[in-house]
Design a protein around this ligand. Structure first.
Ligand code: GLP
Length: 211
């Protein structure tokens, strides 16, 4: 059972999975996936929905069955019920074996913005202005970026048996340093990974330059 992430960071990882599938016969027929998050208010067909992103970058190119793919819905009436059902579905599938993560400049994992409790579960969250600013180019302006999202909580993520956080580039160096060397605090959700028994950061030289 795989927990998957969006953003530009995991794209090379997904390209390698596609290569392994095409060239080396790796099959995903028995894999179940749960993504971290989805923007609120976006239909699945919207080009910037994480549903679209994941299909474009990975799912359309491998043999994972459609019924094994899970992302929160961006448009849903009863948000608390939908979030509870997402948590339930993760448990029913046996829990997350391997969770892939990126990191936002606010230190968020998934969309767990500063102030997200360690034991938080899947819920709606207000996006930080920095997060919305970082997403603005893809949406063609900050006013087009959704103001809220549905995200797995820190507690949902920390329940994964193994966690890999990827961070590339100098614009991640400061937050990577805080997450790894700073105090464990809800001001930086990624700092909770310090207390996880099997979590690792995979960095390029620029992202690691302040360590
Ligand atoms: C979004 C996603 C995060 C991701 C972050 C960083 O906020 N919800 O999961 O880690 O973007 O994106 P990028 O990898 O493009 O820097």
């Amino acid at each position: 059972m795989l927990g998957l992430a969006t953003g530009s960071t995991p794209v090379p990882f997904y390209q390698e999975l596609i290569r392994l599938h095409r060239e080396e016969g790796m099959s995903f027929a028995r894999v179940i996936t749960f993504n971290l998050d989805e923007y609120r208010g976006l239909d699945r067909a919207h080009p910037e929905s994480y549903w679209s992103f994941m299909h474009r970058q990975l799912f359309d190119h491998i043999d994972v069955p459609a019924e094994s793919i899970h992302l929160p819905l961006g448009i849903v009436d009863d948000v608390p019920a939908h979030c509870a059902a997402y948590e339930q579905a993760i448990l029913a599938a046996g829990g997350i074996d391997f969770q892939l993560l990126g990191i936002g400049r606010t230190g968020h994992i998934g969309f767990n913005e500063p102030g997200s409790p360690r034991d938080s579960r899947t819920r709606e969250i207000h996006l930080d202005p920095i997060t919305r600013q970082d997403a603005a180019p893809a949406f063609g302006g900050i006013e087009q970026v959704p103001t809220t999202a549905i995200t797995m909580g820190c507690g949902t993520i920390l329940a994964a048996r193994r966690i890999a956080l990827l961070a590339f580039g100098s614009n991640k160096a400061a937050i990577v340093k805080e997450a790894i060397e700073g105090p464990v605090t809800d001001r930086v959700s990624a700092s909770f990974l310090q207390d996880h028994p099997d979590a690792a950061f995979y960095l390029d030289a620029e992202a690691a330059s302040l360590l």
